[in-house]
Design a binder for this molecule. Sequence first.
Ligand code: NAD
Length: 425
Amino acid sequence: MTQASSRISGFHKLAISERIEKTLEFAGISEPSVAEHFQNTGNLPADLADRLIENAVGTMNIPLGIATNLRIDGRDYLIPMATEESSVVAAVCNAARQCYDAGGFTTSMSSTCMIAQIQLVDIPDPENCRIAILERLDEIRDICNACDPVLVEHGGGFRDLEVRVLRAGGRAMVITHLIVDTRDAMGANAVNTMAETLAPHIAKWTGGRVYLRILSNLADRRLARARCVWRSEDIGGTEVRDGIIAAYEFAATDPYRAATHNKGIMNGVTAVVMATGNDTRAVEAGAHAYAARNGHYGSLTHWEVTASGDLAGSIEMPMAVGLIGGATKLHPTARACLEIMGVENAAHLARLIAAVGLAQNFSALKALATVGVQKGHMSLHSQNIALMAGAVGDEIGIVAERLVELGTVRVDIAEQELKKLRSGQ
Ligand code: NAD
């Protein structure tokens, strides 16, 4: 069979239905139900999907769950989470239940400032250039703010200037940081525009050449924080508490463990970032860069024993999320999720997400330090395995339960159990 060509000129100009047709033709799929499947875009209108990205052929639905039991800064919340992974929502609900009576989570935020970087090269006197750029503070402020009067009107805009000299490959480069308060916007476009507008001025002032002009996802001026005390008696005693501390100490010293520890935190964080139409990659890049900021990849959370013998958990991480821009305002599900949470501004949303990240970490560490993650995970996962084995309707629950009873959640066992069920055994 000859391979079809992927060189399709003008694919973006086609209607969605024509793109689907071309794609399926390429893949040799003639089953009409596949085209129908793509045409069903669910609760995201096809024309909106087509405006959000290029070459759209459909939407990718993933489950949206609600995390309950959350008490944050003295107020109760229901928090929507979009995730395909079983046990993520349950983990947050469980952690939040175990600290609800003790008062729940307390959160804060450093600021809503983003950093844009401008790279200047081909300069013999980098230190001299550095000072020359810093001298232009007032001019730079005016140039940046003139780029975005709407942002300034909303209380945002240029805040500060930082200039660093870096050396790589035997050459020096001068890196200018624009520190910009982007308020309720995540701010990538806003600060990128400022960096691009300012760059030619920097080249002119210094006689150097500018290369990159883009935001940094290491948004360490935009740190969301949450803390919480779980009373030892509410979590199963001091042995559980000490197990959690030991699990944390492992993550704090070993990057192999820290990667998984932080992945667990991001299970919660990314699910809320996604549910609110925010940029999951931006938050993830920021989280991991922040976790490695001391030259050693470590934990985004900290766990300690309080004077009263209880368990104190805290989290601090960059949280570049917004309520304006990107898909946040456009995606109908994201809008509804923000309404359910009752968020007032981007900083409020960021603080709630930090609390969810901390809750997620608590549940993961508690499971690891006690029964292991598989027990909780597998009982939910068994339903997915039953589905994979071909179970339908009531069969799903029956097969899943059987897998849990057997203590072996495997698709081959699920197939055997399904066969038995269907043959009346
Ligand atoms: P945007 O440019 O769509 O909207 C932000 C603008 O909205 C502001 O510049 C301002 O003019 C206006 N605005 C109105 N009311 C405001 C308020 N209350 N607070 C703040 N601004 C207000 O969006 P953005 O936030 O600049 O950019 C976000 C998008 O950029 C996301 O889709 C993200 O995925 C994308 N992006 C990310 C990266 C990255 O992370 N590396 C790079 C490029 C683009």
